[in-house]
Design a protein around this ligand. Structure first.
Ligand SMILES: Cc1cc2nc3c(=O)[nH]c(=O)nc-3n(C[C@H](O)[C@H](O)[C@H](O)COP(=O)(O)OP(=O)(O)OC[C@H]3O[C@@H](n4cnc5c(N)ncnc54)[C@H](O)[C@@H]3O)c2cc1C
Length: 405
C-alpha cells in the first residue's frame, strides 16, 4: 500500500476517523485531508453546549492534537475547498486551480444548516450554528442582547435555549410544528421537554410560522403567524442539508444524501463516503436513512477504512444520539418513528426516567433521561433482538442490567 494515495474531502468527525482508522490498521500510504474550514477536525456537539456557554475553550474541541497529524504523517490542508472531481483521471481540483490525484477518494463533507427563506438574510444578530466561527459570532452578539428568538424547536434550538437562559437572556422558541422535537421523538418526551423549558422561563410558540425577519442593519424583530416578537438576536436551527453537490456534479448517485452501500461505497467504487452526508442502508430498520450523529460519523469512518483496505466489514449499527439541556442528559437509541406502544421506567415528571418504544412487543427505540444504564441496555436489546416482558422493564426493584442475565 506504500504508493497508494488516499484523499479525504472534509475535515470533521468522519474525516478524522477515516484517517485514524487507516493508520490504526497499518495503512502506510499517503493520506491527505482537505478541509474548507480553518481548524483541524473538531467536535461539534459542544458548540451548542459548553463551548457556547464559555465553559470550555476551542482547545478542548479538537478531536486530536496538532501533533497527531504530524506523527501519523497525515497531510492536512486547511482552508482548502475541493470544488471538482475528475473521476476519469482520478483527480480532485481544489482552491480554483490546484490538482491532486487519488487512488481512493473519501467524501466526508458533512452537512450545512438549512437556510430560512426571508428577504432580509444579512442582518447582524442573525445566526446559524454549525462551526466554531458561528459560535464566536453568537457569543459576541449575546453580549449586547437581552432577548433571543430561536427559530426551530429541535435539539440544537433547545440546547441553545438552555445555555442562553443560564446567561440571563429572555428566550422565545418559534416552532412551526405542533410540538417541539416532533421530527425525532414521541409526544410524551416532547411534552416533558416543553414543560421543563417553560419552567426554566423559555417561551415556546408552536404551530407558529416565521413570516419575516425585520431590522435595519441589526435584527430587531421576527414576524410570525402569531404576532411580532421583538428581539436582539435570532438563532436559526431548522435542520441541515447534506453537502452532496460535489458528488452530484461528478455524476455520483445522490438522493437525500450521497447514496452508499453497507461498505460505504458510492456508485463509483473508488469513491467512498461517511458521516452526515450519506444516505445509507440500515440493517435494523430495513431502510435507507441519513443520520446526523457523532456515532454514525465514527462508525462509518471505520467502515470506510476497512473497505479501502480490502476487509469487507459491513456497517451495521443501531443509531444513537444524545442531547444535553440544563442538568438533563437525553440519550436516544434507535429510530423513534414506527413504534406501536411505549412503556416508561421511572416517573415521567422527574429528572430521571426512560421511555422504551415497542414494535410488536419488542423494544425498537428508547429515550433515556439521566438514565445511562437504561440507554446502554436498550442498545444491546435492540442490536441483539432480545425479547423482554414489558412488566420487567418497568420494575424498578431490579437494576436494569440484571434483565440481561
Ligand atoms: C451544534 C451542533 C450540536 C451537535 N450535537 C450533537 C450531539 O449532541 N450528539 C451527536 O451525536 N451529534 C451532534 N451533532 C452532530 C454531529 O456533530 C455531526 O453528526 C458530526 O459532526 C458529523 O460529522 P461529519 O464529519 O459527517 O461532518 P461535519 O462535522 O459537518 O464535517 C464536514 C466538514 O467538511 C467540510 N467540507 C464540506 N465540503 C467540503 C469541500 N468540498 N471541500 C473541503 N471541505 C469540505 C466542512 O466545512 C466541514 O468542516 C451536533 C452538531 C452540531 C452542529
Amino acid at each position: 500500500m506504500k504508493n497508494k494515495k488516499i484523499i479525504i474531502v472534509g475535515g470533521g468527525q468522519a474525516a478524522c476517523q477515516v484517517a485514524n482508522s487507516l493508520r490504526q490498521q497499518k495503512y502506510d500510504g499517503s493520506i491527505s485531508i482537505f478541509c474548507s474550514e480553518n481548524y483541524i477536525p473538531y467536535q461539534r456537539p459542544p458548540l451548542s453546549k459548553k463551548f457556547l456557554s464559555g465553559e470550555i475553550d476551542s482547545d478542548r474541541l479538537y478531536l486530536k492534537p496538532d501533533k497527531f497529524y504530524k506523527n501519523e504523517d497525515i497531510n492536512i490542508l486547511l482552508n482548502s475547498y475541493v470544488q471538482e472531481i475528475d473521476r476519469k483521471n482520478k483527480t480532485i481540483i481544489y482552491n480554483d486551480k490546484h490538482k491532486m490525484q487519488y487512488d481512493s477518494l473519501v467524501l466526508a463533507t458533512g452537512a450545512i444548516p438549512r437556510e430560512i427563506q426571508t428577504e432580509k438574510e444579512d442582518l447582524k444578530g442573525m445566526h446559524y450554528l454549525r462551526t466554531i466561527d458561528d459560535v464566536k459570532k453568537i457569543r459576541n452578539s449575546i453580549k449586547n442582547s437581552k432577548n433571543m428568538v430561536i427559530i426551530g424547536g429541535g435539539y440544537i434550538g433547545l440546547e441553545v435555549a438552555a445555555v442562553s437562559r443560564a446567561m440571563g437572556l429572555n428566550v422565545t422558541i418559534v416552532e412551526m410544528a405542533d410540538r417541539i422535537l416532533e421530527r425525532v421523538t414521541s409526544p410524551v418526551v416532547s411534552d416533558y421537554f416543553s414543560s421543563y423549558h417553560e419552567r426554566e422561563g423559555v417561551n415556546i410558540m408552536t404551530k407558529t410560522r416565521v413570516e419575516g425577519i425585520e431590522g435595519n442593519g441589526l435584527v430587531r424583530s421576527v414576524v410570525t403567524s402569531s404576532g411580532v416578537i421583538k428581539t436582539d438576536i435570532v438563532i436559526v436551527g431548522i435542520g441541515v442539508i447534506p453537502s452532496q453537490e460535489l458528488a452530484k456534479s461528478c455524476g455520483i448517485e445522490v438522493s437525500n444524501g450521497i447514496n452508499v452501500d453497507e461498505y460505504c461505497r458510492t456508485s463509483d467504487k473508488e469513491i467512498l463516503s461517511a458521516g452526515d452526508c450519506t444516505l445509507h442502508p440500515n440493517f435494523y430498520y430495513k431502510k435507507s436513512i441519513r443520520l446526523e450523529s457523532v456515532h454514525n460519523a465514527i462508525e462509518q469512518g471505520k467502515t470506510v477504512a476497512s473497505t479501502i483496505l480490502g476487509k469487507k466489514i459491513p456497517y451495521n449499527q443501531v443509531p444513537w444520539f444524545w442531547s444535553d439541556q440544563y442538568n438533563l442528559k437525553l440519550q436516544i437509541a434507535g429510530l423513534i418513528s414506527n413504534y406501536d406502544d411505549y412503556i416508561i421506567r421511572g416517573e415521567r415528571g422527574e429528572d430521571s426516567f426512560a421511555v422504551f418504544y415497542l414494535k410488536d412487543g419488542k423494544i425498537c427505540a428508547s429515550d433515556c433521561i439521566n438514565r445511562a444504564a437504561e440507554h446502554m441496555v436498550s442498545r444491546k436489546i435492540i442490536s441483539e433482538g432480545i425479547s423482554l416482558e414489558p412488566e420487567k422493564l418497568v420494575d424498578e426493584s431490579r437494576p436494569i442490567k440484571d434483565l440481561l442475565n
